[in-house]
Design a protein around this ligand. Structure first.
Ligand SMILES: Cc1cc2nc3c(=O)[nH]c(=O)nc-3n(C[C@H](O)[C@H](O)[C@H](O)COP(=O)(O)OP(=O)(O)OC[C@H]3O[C@@H](n4cnc5c(N)ncnc54)[C@H](O)[C@@H]3O)c2cc1C
Length: 393
């Protein structure tokens, strides 16, 4: 049966128990606040602490630093699917970024001293994280960034501006991509520096007004002669591009996976709606067009899901390539957009309101083809593999 729940068969009993418990958490602690967060343009920080208490943050962080000690991306996938199912939109983005995107950098590249300093707070939700790559003048062309971090004794002096940074307002630890080498050099000059809340010379700008994902704070960050101790360098100087290339595959899988899950949620809402709503004296569900649309959407999702599942298992085995991560994001986000658009059409005018979750889901979905690298950049990455004789995956 095609259903509004995932058709995945990658999950074991422990993942399903985790799902049940997170579903209850979402119903109690997140869903009731979404409207308030959407209006405020930001999530309440307190929800991170609650999520941390229940073990929904830093699942892959080793137990000795307060984490779950289980490096299995299926747990992250369960959280993403449940957030999508509840239609949390931007309310899911910040937490997804914290768990799926930034935490791996801290686990992988922190020194022992940094692990002790940061990992417990990341797992407990007391330290919210962000990653700042994009700048007003450059996004896709990461090597073209202008932010610099010049060494002065035991400190880096950071200067530059970042924009579109998720968790930009809420974050306590920002992984800033900056040039520690000659700014004219590309990849070899780039390093990751962790800038902390309250450091002198670090200012936050506007929380950007977006067309969707309203509960996620997406902000401008400014650094002017911001002095950061050298002990906040993440990994080694000059290796940021390599670290990003490796970790971006996981980020992109996370976005693609979330896309498919949110389209599946949309299918569920649509099935309910077309059974209730009538036109010409009959339920909308009885029209052939409705049946065809539902069949198309269900088929797109069920055909896509095995590829996403395969990527999750490859990631767990340390074998997810940059190209496969790019395919998961390209296809997952485009399927998401296409399917949600088709579903929205079946809601008629109500689809264009915020009365039903389908309208906000449509607006929330649009950015998934842009952030984490645009669809065009995904095609560039995949085509490199194809031209080298690979299949892309
Ligand atoms: C809600 C939101 C959250 C975000 N969160 C973060 C975050 O947490 N951290 C962060 O660092 N960034 C974040 N971003 C930024 C996002 O990753 C960038 O917007 C994205 O990478 C595109 O960069 P750009 O906006 O500079 O577009 P540009 O690079 O200026 O691209 C404009 C257009 O040109 C196309 N283009 C560019 N180069 C090529 C090429 N070589 N071939 C073909 N077409 C090309 C693009 O595909 C796009 O269509 C976020 C953005 C949004 C909207």
């Amino acid at each position: 049966m095609v259903a509004a729940t995932s058709s995945s068969d990658i999950y074991d009993e422990e993942h399903e128990l985790f799902r049940e418990s997170f579903r209850a958490f979402v119903e109690a602690e997140m869903a009731p606040h979404v409207d308030e967060w959407e209006r405020a343009g930001i999530m309440d920080r307190g929800v991170y602490v609650e999520a941390g208490k229940h073990g929904f943050l830093g699942m892959a962080i080793p137990e000795e630093y307060g984490g779950g000690g289980i490096d299995d991306f299926r747990f992250n996938a369960v959280l993403n699917e449940e957030c999508a199912r509840a239609g949390l939109g931007g309310g899911a983005l910040g937490m997804m970024l914290h768990n799926d995107i930034t935490t791996p950098y801290f686990i992988e590249y922190c020194t022992e001293e940094q692990k002790q300093r940061w990992l417990p707070g990341i797992a407990s939700g007391e330290l919210i994280t962000a990653i700042a790559m994009t700048e007003p003048g450059t996004g896709s062309d990461l090597q073209g960034i202008a932010t610099t971090a010049v060494r002065d004794g035991d400190e880096y002096v950071v200067n530059g501006a970042k924009t579109f940074i998720t968790n930009g307002i809420n974050s306590d630890l920002v992984i800033v991509v900056a040039k520690t080498g000659d700014p004219k050099d590309g990849a070899s000059a780039m390093s990751l520096i962790v800038v902390e809340r309250g450091m002198e010379g670090f200012e936050r700008g506007r929380n950007l007004d977006k067309i969707g994902q309203h509960s996620a704070d997406t902000a401008e960050l400014f650094f002017s002669d911001c002095r950061v101790p050298v002990s906040n360098l993440l990994g080694e100087e000059g290796r940021a591009f390599e670290y990003l290339a490796f970790n971006l595959a996981q980020e992109r899988l996370s976005i693609g996976l979330y896309g498919v899950a949110s389209a599946r949620a949309a299918l569920g809402w649509t099935v309910d709606y077309v059974n209730e709503r009538t036109a010409f004296g009959k339920p909308i569900a009885s029209f052939q067009n409705t049946k065809f649309v539902l069949a198309e959407v269900a088929t797109e999702l069920d055909v896509t899901q095995p590829f996403i599942d395969q990527c999750v298992m490859k990631l767990n085995a340390g074998e997810l390539s940059a190209s496969a991560g790019a395919q998961a994001k390209l296809w997952g986000s485009e399927v998401q957009q296409r399917c949600i658009d088709k579903c929205l059409q079946l809601f008629g005018g109500y689809g264009y309101t915020t009365e039903y979750p389908i309208g906000p889901a449509y607006a929330d979905a649009r950015v998934c083809r842009i952030y984490g690298g645009t669809s065009e950049i995904m095609k560039t990455i995949i085509s490199k593999d194809v031209l080298a004789g690979g299949s892309g995956a």
